[in-house]
Design a protein around this ligand. Structure first.
Ligand SMILES: Nc1ncnc2c1ncn2[C@@H]1O[C@H](COP(=O)(O)OP(=O)(O)O)[C@@H](O)[C@H]1O
Ligand SMILES: Cc1ncc(C[n+]2csc(CCOP(=O)(O)OP(=O)(O)O)c2C)c(N)n1
Ligand SMILES: [Mg+2]
Ligand SMILES: [Mg+2]
Ligand SMILES: [Mg+2]
Length: 330
């Protein structure tokens, strides 16, 4: 079955009829989009791709969830820079077998977040492909001049923090691969599965952190071990975190207590934020997160030395390498 009869008729259907952003000059319909950047802001630009068979299958995610997550993972990268998202573009390569309704559902999933964050779809590309669906979302964002958050700003003496719970998405994926998305999951399994299908990008936390003087920040796409190593390397510091402080949900402990730490360290796709701040800012940050309804936990400290990450558990220290999700070593 041909996915679409007419590429142009499809584009007409997904074209927004109104805009949230006042800086939008021309969106969908010309050779390129035109936007007017705000003079006192820096522009942020990122993209992430999701590939059928690699990031999702139709057994793990509905078309609506695929769309939602393709935008969510990019909003997570904007959050990790401390930014406000503004616009997005979508490139979609569609194989045979996908109905027009499936494709509209993908866009509906993206719209859920676009409406929440008041961001405009301003362009993209629609092409055919032989086998697997590929969706690439580009997000533009902005941050006050000098207020962007980098991975490279950790300093000895900082505390290390992480938002939310880690590992739930990987545990949810395991359940989905085992039973398929149409299975009737128990309530606690449903929490894990939902975390995999509808991750919440931590844009509000990124914004509140951007008000602080010095924060290093990264989002958890490939697992805590990988992200902490990225901060350690970018900042040229040592990070030590405590096994007992890794935030694990009640649900993951019920699902598989023994493997829960492994999911948290190496599973990925949590899309929480991990970073470091001066110890003097910690209480204030914690209070602001609590007020915003987001869990945030201190998990470790930063010290000087050759870049490395260590896990502390019952008195012993274990070096944690940059293992985690890697597209080319499985
Ligand atoms: N094929 C590519 N061409 C150019 N830059 C790339 C490519 N792949 C990744 N990057 C860049 O490498 C950096 C790390 O990418 P990635 O690990 O995917 O980041 P994240 O995990 O935050 O999404 C980013 O700055 C990204 O833009
Ligand atoms: C069917 C299926 N198999 C495996 C996974 C697990 N998985 C795929 S990509 C990925 C890591 C995150 O993706 P990546 O493209 O590395 O994101 P980025 O770091 O660029 O944000 C994980 C854990 C999945 N989501 N779905
Ligand atoms: Mg990426
Ligand atoms: Mg990232
Ligand atoms: Mg990413």
């Amino acid at each position: 079955m041909l996915a679409l009869h007419d590429e142009f008729a499809f584009i007409e259907q997904i074209k927004p009829t109104s805009a949230f952003q006042s800086g939008l000059i021309t969106g969908i319909g010309d050779d390129a989009a035109l936007v007017r950047p705000k003079i006192d802001m820096e522009q942020i630009i990122c993209l992430d791709t999701m590939v059928e068979g690699v990031h999702f299958t139709l057994d793990t995610m509905t078309p609506l969830q695929i769309g939602y997550k393709a935008l969510a993972v990019n909003l997570s990268d904007i959050a990790a820079m401390g930014g406000i998202p503004t616009y997005y573009l979508v490139s979609i390569a569609i194989p045979p077998g996908w109905s027009e309704q499936d494709l509209l559902s993908i866009y509906e999933g993206m719209e859920m977040l676009a409406n929440k964050y008041q961001i405009d779809l301003i362009g993209g590309d629609t092409v055919s492909i032989s086998d697997s669906l590929v969706i690439t979302v580009t997000v533009l964002g902005e941050v006050e001049k000098g207020k962007h958050l980098l991975r490279s700003r950790a300093t000895p003496g900082d505390i290390v923090f992480v938002t939310g719970f880690l590992g739930d998405s990987a545990a949810g994926l395991e359940l989905l691969l085992q039973h398929g998305k149409d299975h009737s999951f128990t309530d606690f399994e449903e929490v894990l599965v939902t975390k995999h299908q509808f991750p919440e990008p931590r844009v509000e936390v990124g914004r509140l952190l951007a008000a602080f003087e010095r924060v290093s920040l990264n989002d958890v796409s490939d697992g805590l071990a990988s992200e902490l190593n990225e901060i350690a390397k970018a900042s040229q510091v040592v990070i030590t975190f405590d096994q007992d402080d890794v935030p694990l949900s009640e649900q993951i402990k019920i699902h598989n207590n023994e493997k829960s730490l492994e999911y948290a360290l190496y599973g990925g796709e949590d899309f929480e934020l991990v970073g470091t701040v001066p110890a003097s800012d910690w209480n204030s940050i914690k209070q602001k997160c609590v007020a915003a309804g987001v869990i945030i936990r201190k998990i470790g400290t930063v010290s000087s030395g050759d870049p490395a990450v260590f896990l502390q558990s019952s008195g012993s220290l274990q070096k944690i390498d940059r293992k985690g999700y890697n597209h080319f070593s499985k």
